[in-house]
Design a protein around this ligand. Structure first.
Ligand SMILES: [Zn+2]
Length: 279
């Protein structure tokens, strides 16, 4: 009776979602009451401002056996938030996708990504090595397997947490965020980068950004994928005929010398401003 039970034993991640109807779900600081269950102790990971109300709860069980409740809150007066922007002076953030480090921003944003997950990843590698030395089917093997699962879970949570914090900060600080309209899935397939491109979290990051912006009555603008964000000079507007992927610095005859990705991010920002002004 204590914890939720899941019907399928085969899916590695078990979860279900319950919508809030007539106060069937109650949340306090250290406990939660779900339909058909008694109060359950919980650890809350962030505080919710008073103007947000609970919409739904997704309960999941990780392979390690831990339970998570993901609470979806919505701002109660979202509808009244949308107002006209003065796009000439709007604070727009341009974002350029980067294979390494996920993204480059047109403005100075503190991004403590580097080394953030390294410790956990080293630990994972160590535990995986140990697992490979265990006799399959032995008690040690299962114990070690659980340790590996816990490591994976920790990294997943750290990633998620990092993306939430970063997108939250951006959505608070900027009125509009501009990104390239790229299809991550298609890109990783056609460029044969395989999984790595998906795993750097950019797709998820964009998704989080969009919903956090929308919730605040703000906007995510998608710039056409054929817009020459990399080839254009952000100072004079000249467009280079050729720019190799290996050219990390953008050099222009006008004297502009700038990091290639930063140049692209600024171009994406200004293209979004042009689109918004054009209506
Ligand atoms: Zn130039």
């Amino acid at each position: 009776m204590g914890f939720p039970k899941f019907k399928s034993k085969h899916r590695s991640r078990k979860s279900y979602t319950t919508n809030v109807v007539n106060g069937n779900i109650q949340v306090e600081d250290h406990r939660i009451k779900l339909p058909k269950l008694k109060w359950i102790r919980m650890k809350k990971h962030r505080d919710i401002p008073a103007e947000y109300c609970l919409k739904s709860v997704t309960i999941s069980m990780e392979p390690s056996g831990k339970y998570y409740a993901s609470l979806l809150y919505e701002k109660t007066d979202c509808e009244n938030q949308a107002e006209e922007f003065d796009y000439e002076n709007t604070k727009i953030l341009g974002i350029d996708y980067a294979m390494h480090g996920m993204a480059v921003f047109s403005e100075d944003i503190q991004k403590e990504n580097e080394g953030y997950f390294r410790k956990s990843e080293e630990r994972l590698a160590r535990e995986q090595r140990k697992l490979s030395h265990c006799v399959k089917g032995s008690n040690n093997y299962y114990r070690q397997k659980k340790r590996v699962a816990l490591c994976h879970e920790k990294i997943r949570n750290q990633r998620k947490d990092f993306l939430h914090k970063l997108s939250h900060e951006i959505a608070e600080a900027y009125d509009v965020v501009a990104v390239e309209d790229i299809d991550m899935k298609a890109m990783s397939q056609c460029m044969h980068f395989g999984k790595s491109i998906m795993d750097n979290g950019y797709g998820k990051f964009r998704e989080l950004l969009e919903y956090k912006l929308t919730r605040r009555g703000k906007k995510l603008v998608r710039v056409d994928r054929f817009f020459p964000s990399s080839k254009k000079c952000c100072k004079c507007g000249n467009i280079k005929k050729e720019l190799k992927l290996s050219d990390r610095v953008y050099l222009c005859t006008c004297g502009n010398r700038i990091d290639r990705d930063l140049n692209a991010a600024i171009n994406i920002r200004e293209e979004a401003r042009r689109m918004l002004l054009a209506g």
